[in-house]
Write a protein that binds this ligand. Sequence first.
Ligand code: ADP
Ligand code: MG
Length: 267
Amino acid sequence: MGVVQGPAQQTRPSLLLRDIQVHRGRQTVLKGLSLTIATGAITVIVGPSGVGKSTLMGVLNGLIRPVAGEVSVAGLGPLSDPGVLREHRRRTATVFQEHALIDRLTALDNVLLGMADRRHPLSPLPWPADLQRRAAQALLEVGLLHRVNARADTLSGGERQRVGIARALVRNPSLLLGDEPFSAVDPALTRRLGDEFKSLVSGAGITVVLVLHQIDIARRLADRIVGLADGRVAFDGPPETFDTAAQSRVFPRHELQHDSPASQSTS
Ligand SMILES: Nc1ncnc2c1ncn2[C@@H]1O[C@H](COP(=O)(O)OP(=O)(O)O)[C@@H](O)[C@H]1O
Ligand SMILES: [Mg+2]
């Protein structure tokens, strides 16, 4: 899906965050954070729990407004402009954790919901044939065409996550966001889903930002790792430079843990 773009696209900025400050409750969570998200690359956000990773994802999709600083979308303008925000949200898709599927609906209907904003919410008509074809195509791309009519509650954890990925990809997004999208599956399956995910999005020109809590998966998927500490960017670089010294700048000692070797796969 999407338009195949060459490596020259990799260094173009997609989103620019300049000196942003975000309050959550009474605290300042993001304290003058600046960051550029590169077009067509997978950026992985890591950091200790509570540091503001989900808050940053909310800023990227425009749901959370900074109290200071600016977020701008390349080619569109600042997100504080309502027209820019609307267009940005139309171009953005999110991969949720597995529980975001509707159990009583089929895999296909769950994928169609990814395009719910493209038809009238109260339409009594069946989904138009072209959208149904697109949804089936998305299920084919994640290897689930044989489960197209299966109810979501009969799918395995890995299959549910693939439906979630198809539901995001069917929007043909230019920006794909995922806040710990694999946290509902075990480490071995996470690795497999992660690899599948990476091959689906790379070369498709989609800009991807993921929050991941397992460092080995983060390093495996990322073109670039961004580590947050104390409301700012404490590391920003390619995964091979995110060594133990860099990791200890981002994580307090007790949170630095590496995943145990794969135990089992339940796909
Ligand atoms: N809706 C909210 N109201 C008040 N505080 C919040 C809210 N959402 C998050 N926070 C606080 O903001 C901080 C950052 O949260 P979050 O972005 O979820 O961190 P992370 O995703 O890195 O674990 C935490 O201290 C959290 O308790
Ligand atoms: Mg979070």
